[in-house]
Write a protein that binds this ligand. Structure first.
Ligand code: CDP
Ligand code: MG
Length: 700
């Protein structure tokens, strides 16, 4: 195999890293950053005094890259080379190179604030700008100062020029450029906008297959759903092509919820004389490199989860990609020889409609978990608003996070972290679920709450889906699942797991009920890990097995639902008298409906319960509450009282001087604060892009 571009720079890299505490490395996707950098440093003794750790924004990437590196070094995965992702740790005392998700590294820094076991930290894929990555950059910047006497080294890699901006953030540290050996890629646009990009992609792919010489086709779709649809259609079409008239073809889906063994399939060498169609999410844009791709088909879209702090509402939107992303996608076609990229949109869309770069996650997600995390670090004089962010989050989203944390007792009215908040920060769960566990621990329902938290943490959907197509494959209709007894989805999830555990976790049982076996086993595993974690923290009664189970059941799960009400204090809703809908109870109330997937449906009289808590608000066709649990009015009143007294001003906390809170400063103040460092850099393209993005959102 040809030498990866990065290896030609081995000496230069080593020399720079020896001389500098922080180095930024910019290199084309596929140049070997993720797999080679750690090995280069390992070869030159950087792992002699500690482990080399490499963060990845995605679980899939952490696992697959670690596996690859172990293979290249000829060691067993989990020994010299290992990985750690949430709920799965495959490392040992032998481990010298460790791949981990950025979330796991953040959590590790809670118990070891100086991350002293690491001699080198590589923050990989900085261009993805995950929320955790942004926070890690701020933390690592501090660490470099604190650990300056040791040989602690930091490397930040990026596939795009944003590396320059990162370098400015790290006080102008050196930037190494590893020129990729990209072959020219011809970009071909369509004349018109394609309304149906699945059909358009199908047509284009078959066209290539029939007319173009060999070479794999990589197709960018937005998510599991359209990927599965396209794969199905491609299979049908390929089969209908006359045998012998075209070469053979195999079709692989590639997305995050695919079982790992199916994900890594694309890395094994393709069968001879066979064209591969790889239908992927933006996971194949920069995180994973599939060799052999000569043709790229780009839908121009990506699925993005966005959070609106004003409404507390999530939406899963299919949005346009940015120009940077489009170019990354095109680049995938020119890795081994000249390639072609078919964009399923006209060039004017690319030039005029696409933003330059994507909105970083920190500006489109709920920050409650991160704010709590930062508060729990006890950094001297920490004020969330003064935290050194590469791109500061908005005033509204910080306010939203503080309010939630206050309502669930994670911080007190002065913004100081509470003892409850500290425990919450240590649990690898969203704040609402960690708070529920703590409340459940106090009222004797921990065992059940653990089950619910684990069920809600499953990465894929567990319950049988009623989508077309999946129906076809199933041989018989699954048996009817427990229905939550009119108390809601959380109770249903609990009942499902408990019924399964009564069968001693029989796989056949899952099959009969149409439940995802892999998902259910994952839940069981997660539940076990959460139990262990809580017991280790010794913050709970050891009654994780639940001796009060039957009593709770008899009582209509009162205590359990009470605990959920505490955890979801920021997620309450009240039924409206006239309409058959709900109004959320908070600073700004929203009108919402019960999600059709909920087990909670109107009773014979057409009535729904008066008060509920919900796991999340999501806008699809209209605003819905998803995963709902009934609660009593009397549990809600104290929360509403708290809400009345709420003073965002104080909650931002950490003010040691008399500057006041964030209220008076508003947006202007925030921006100013953040620009102190380097106005030119701060006022970046990203900010401009974000404004445009928000403007566009507003127009909708
Ligand atoms: O991180 P970067 O995009 O710079 O490249 P990389 O992930 O280190 O990939 C370098 C090479 O290793 C590519 O040619 C990949 O196809 C290959 N690789 C692989 O075969 N299997 C993996 N699991 C990861 C990378
Ligand atoms: Mg990489």
């Amino acid at each position: 195999m040809e030498k990866l571009p990065i290896l030609q720079f081995e000496e230069k890299i080593v020399e720079t890293v020896k001389k500098n505490a922080v180095t930024v490395l910019i290199g084309e996707t596929g140049s070997g950053k993720s797999t080679q950098l750690s090995q280069i440093l390992f070869r030159h003794g950087f792992a002699d005094s500690g482990t080399i750790c490499v963060t990845q924004p995605r679980r899939v990437a952490a696992v697959s890259v670690a596996r690859r590196v172990a293979q290249e070094m000829g060691v067993r995965l989990g020994e010299e080379v290992g990985y750690a992702i949430r709920f799965e740790d495959r490392t040992s005392t032998k481990t010298r190179i460790k791949y981990l998700t950025d979330g796991v590294l953040l959590r590790e820094s809670l118990s070891d604030p100086e991350l002293s076991s690491y001699s080198v930290i590589i923050l990989d894929e900085a261009h993805e700008r995950s929320l955790n990555m942004d926070i890690l950059m701020g933390l690592v910047k501090r660490l470099v100062g604190i650990r300056s006497s040791s040989n602690f080294r930091v490397l930040i890699t990026s596939a795009t020029l944003e590396g320059e901006k990162v370098s400015a953030f790290f006080d102008g540290c050196p930037v190494l450029n590893v020129p990729g050996k990209l072959f020219p890629v011809e970009v071909i646009y369509t004349d018109d906008v394609n309304k149906n990009f699945v059909e358009a992609a199908l047509k284009k792919a078959i066209d290539i297959h029939v007319k173009e010489p060999e070479g794999d086709i990589l197709i960018f779709m937005t998510g599991q759903e359209d990927i599965e649809r396209l794969v199905q259609k491609l299979e049908d079409r390929v089969r209908s092509l006359e045998e012998g008239s075209v070469m053979d073809a195999v079709i692989y889906p590639l997305h995050g919820s695919l079982p790992p063994e199916l994900q890594v399939r694309v890395f094994s060498p393709p069968p001879k004389n066979c064209r591969r169609f790889i239908v992927a999410t933006n996971i194949a844009e920069t995180s994973l490199t599939v060799d052999g791709v000569v043709y790229v088909i780009d839908s121009g879209y990506v699925k993005q989860r966005q959070y609106n702090p004003q409404t507390g509402m999530y939406s899963l939107d299919v949005v346009q990609i940015s120009r940077v992303q489009a170019n990354q996608r095109a680049g995938r076609a020119g890795r081994t020889r000249p390639g072609k990229c078919y964009r399923l949109y006209p060039s004017v869309v690319y030039n005029d409609d696409f933003m330059e770069a994507a909105v970083p996650e920190i500006q489109r997600t709920s920050l409650a978990g991160s704010v709590l995390y930062l508060k729990s670090l006890d950094l001297p004089g920490i004020d969330i608003l003064k935290f050194d962010f590469l791109d500061p989050p908005s005033y509204a989203s910080l306010g939203d996070a503080l309010r939630q944390l206050y309502l669930i007792d994670g911080i007190d009215e002065n913004g100081a972290i509470t003892s409850v908040g500290r425990i919450m920060a240590e649990l690898p769960l969203e704040p609402s679920l960690s708070r529920t566990l703590i409340a459940a621990n106090e009222n004797g329902t921990l065992s059940q709450a653990l089950t619910i938290a684990a069920m809600l943490s499953a990465e894929t959907s567990l319950l049988p889906s009623f989508a077309k197509g999946s129906e076809k494959k199933r041989k018989h209709t699954p048996l009817k699942l427990p229905d939550g007894g009119g108390l809601g989805d959380h109770i249903q999830l609990l009942q499902i797991f408990e019924s399964w555990s009564e069968t001693k976790y029989d796989i056949e049982w899952c099959k009969e009920y149409g439940l995802q076996i892999r998902g259910m086993s994952f839940v069981k595993d997660v539940r076990g890990q959460l139990c262990q974690l809580l017991q280790k923290m010794a913050k709970c009664s050891t009654d994780v097995h639940g001796s009060h189970k039957s009593r709770e059941k008899k009582m209509g799960y009162r205590n359990l639902r009470k605990a959920l009400c505490v955890g979801y204090a920021n997620q309450l809703a009240e039924r409206m008298m006239r309409h058959n809908g709900y109004r959320t109870l908070g600073l700004k109330s929203q009108l919402v409906q019960v999600h059709p997937s909920s087990v909670l449906q109107p009773d014979e009289d057409g009535m729904l319960p008066n008060y509920v808590v919900y796991h999340e608000l999501i806008t699809t066709s209209s605003p819905f509450m998803r995963n709902i649990c009934t609660v009593d009015m009397q549990w809600i009143s104290p929360i509403l009282k708290k809400l009345e007294k709420l003073d965002i001003n104080k909650l931002s906390g950490g003010f040691t001087d008399s500057e006041g809170g964030i209220e008076g400063k508003g947006q202007e103040g925030l921006k100013k604060e953040a620009t102190v460092e380097d106005p030119a850099v701060r006022d970046s393209k990203i900010n401009a892009a974000r404004e445009r993005f928000l403007a566009r959102k507003g127009k909708k």
